[in-house]
Design a protein around this ligand. Structure first.
Ligand SMILES: CC(C)(COP(=O)(O)OP(=O)(O)OC[C@H]1O[C@@H](n2cnc3c(N)ncnc32)[C@H](O)[C@@H]1OP(=O)(O)O)[C@@H](O)C(=O)NCCC(=O)NCCS
Length: 223
């Protein structure tokens, strides 16, 4: 199923669609595959060295097929795709109604497994638009939170998450190798106006997040 969920008419016209099974849409599937090949080595560990997209275990396995296994798994999961100029500018792979004890939030979330923008379209707000679309969609999936994980050296993704009001809720030291930590971030779907969330440490962040979440629910419930 493909559902258009967002259209923006500005200097950069972006259309964002929800695709439940990308594998069944030949154009979307080919574009996602091409984009994952483009960014393979930007990930830590590289996508072509991952045996799974879902495990916590980042043990590397060599894949002569490039990121073939990662692509296969990506195409079987729901995605938000962003098109510009009729080309795939970026996409976000989702796990709906996800529970993960590493998040410390004790609730279901919509988990962003992967978010990627093609080099050609970076710093033009594509990932921001994908996240903002997701904040509107996630409550439909009965998830009060949006969450994701990244690694401590991924400064661009961390800057983006902090700008969007995510808080770091957990840190797994050396999870991806010596000195490379996995960082977990979460954000309630609705934030009060003017709310800013400075980066903070695990337990305190989780408590504040729980408060934000209650507030988020109240905001969503308001007429
Ligand atoms: C992280 C990524 C998705 C950001 O995509 P993007 O579409 O370029 O992001 P946006 O244009 O929406 O950026 C929004 C904000 O994020 C921050 N940001 C994004 N890229 C940044 C960079 N390279 N350096 C510093 N800050 C950055 C900035 O605050 C930026 O706002 P600004 O441009 O007004 O300063 C993109 O760099 C990417 O695909 N990286 C490789 C894959 C990856 O690491 N994905 C995350 C792990 S799953």
């Amino acid at each position: 199923m493909i559902r258009t969920v967002f259209n923006m008419s500005t200097t950069f016209a972006t259309s964002i669609h929800f695709v439940e099974h990308p594998t069944f849409d030949a154009r979307v599937a080919a574009s996602i595959r091409q984009l994952l090949v483009e960014v393979d080595n930007e990930f830590v560990p590289p996508l072509s060295c991952r045996s799974s997209t879902t495990t916590k275990d980042f043990v590397a396995v060599s894949d002569s097929d490039g990121p073939g296994e990662y692509v296969r798994q990506t195409l079987s999961q729901p995605c938000l795709v962003a098109f510009r100029d009729d080309a795939l500018a970026g996409f976000m792979r989702l796990h709906l109604r996800h529970h993960n004890s590493d998040l410390n939030i004790g609730d279901l979330c919509t988990f962003v497994r992967t978010v990627v923008t093609s080099h050609r379209y970076r710093r033009q707000g594509v990932a921001t638009q994908l996240y903002e679309t997701l904040f509107k969609l996630a409550p439909e999936c009965a998830s009060p939170f949006v969450a994701t994980r990244t690694w401590n050296e991924n400064t661009s993704h961390i800057a983006l998450l902090e700008k969007l009001g995510f808080q770091q809720v957990n840190r797994l030291q050396d999870d991806r190798g010596c000195g490379i930590d996995s960082l977990y971030f979460a954000r309630p779907c609705a934030l009060p106006a003017g709310h800013s969330t400075p980066r903070s440490l695990e337990t305190e962040a989780a408590k504040r997040l729980a408060e934000d979440c209650k507030l988020g629910r109240r905001l969503q419930a308001a007429p």
